[in-house]
Write a protein that binds this ligand. Structure first.
Ligand code: OOG
Ligand code: NI
Length: 316
């Protein structure tokens, strides 16, 4: 099977190992995520009940610390082993982050919903720890150092909903939060799924239009990330994204303090049909006829879905 894409390479891959085992791992990551994040669960239920029997995931996203073998590679390992292919690098100098996205292997059956549908792309970012202040580096090196070989089990930690390091002090969380909300998030959430993304163009109701979906989500009382505007549009105009604001969950720090910390959010993506395929009849349009990949300008704003500014913003 070839997943030759018009704006990507012609590299094709097929799933390696047992597909049912791999899907089971994704399902466990999803279960941890849905149990912790009531907004994500509610939104998926709402989209289902609005006439969409089938929901396809555009991508899964993870965050990491780029130090002590705990960076992108630690989370990418399982995906690469099962046939994912590393694609473009994205850089976010102001946030001191970089990311890669990975394209999924071809599978023989993808007619189901959710993790039983088309395999999601994967987006993995890492904090460029060397560029942080020495105070922040000390905290991050302390916890990734204590994790040790834990980074080899990133996927396991994600599927279990466990940290590979011990819980931090509240003061350490606060110190990181002052410098980088991404760093603070990763210290308390580790390899947990940061978000799943609903592929809106693969829905069959009127919600396949991302603007209608955004309106529907807001009409149901949920707050969308407004950074740079609700709808994030790539410069070419063909990749449209939006996201909810992350839920907060109580977290018990190692000093016994329990404080609310940002957890995960849910994203929506609509990939428009590329100009060279605009005359294809709707029923012939496949995923590879649409805009591929990610966009730095969109991603930069989607990262803000876990920021204090968005969490504390009053609903409009
Ligand atoms: C990832 C933000 C970027 C996208 O689809 O561009 C992103 C994050 O918040 O960790 O998800
Ligand atoms: Ni995303």
């Amino acid at each position: 099977v070839s997943n030759a894409s018009p704006n990507g390479s012609n590299v094709s891959s097929s799933i390696q190992g047992s597909e049912s085992f791999f899907r089971n791992v994704l399902q466990n990551m999803e279960t941890v995520y849905l149990n912790r994040n009531p907004t994500a669960k509610r939104v998926l239920d709402l989209v289902h009940s609005a006439g969409n029997d089938r929901i396809c995931y555009d991508h899964f996203a993870f965050r990491t610390f780029g130090v002590n073998n705990h960076g992108i590679d630690s989370m990418a390992a399982m995906f690469l082993d099962f046939g994912y292919i590393q694609k473009d690098e994205l850089r976010f100098p102001a946030k001191k982050l970089k990311a890669y996205w990975f394209s999924p292997p071809a599978v023989s059956f993808e007619e189901g919903s959710g993790v039983n549908g088309p395999l999601p792309r994967v987006f993995i970012s890492e904090l460029l720890v060397d560029q942080m202040t020495s105070e922040a580096q000390e905290i991050i090196r302390k916890y990734t150092g204590m994790s040790g070989n834990g980074s080899k089990y990133a996927a396991l930690a994600s599927a279990q909903g466990a940290l590979t390091w011990e819980k931090p002090l509240h003061s350490e969380f606060q110190q990181l939060a002052r410098e980088s909300e991404y760093a603070a998030w990763t210290l308390v959430n580790g390899y947990a799924l940061n978000h799943v993304t609903i592929s809106t163009h693969q829905l069959n109701s009127h919600l396949k239009n991302i603007n209608r979906l955004n309106q529907f989500i807001e009409d149901n009382g949920f707050k969308l990330n407004s950074d740079g505007g609700i709808l994030k549009v790539s410069p070419d105009g063909f990749l449209l994204q939006s996201s909810t604001v992350a839920d907060s969950v109580p977290f018990e720090f190692s000093d016994g303090m329990t404080k609310s910390v940002p957890c995960s959010y849910i994203e929506f993506a609509e990939r428009l049909v590329l100009p060279q395929y605009k005359d294809l009849p709707d029923e012939e349009v496949k995923e590879f006829h649409r805009r591929e990949g990610f966009e730095v300008g969109n991603a930069d704003k989607i990262f803000e879905s876990t920021s204090m500014e968005q969490l504390t913003r009053r609903a409009t």
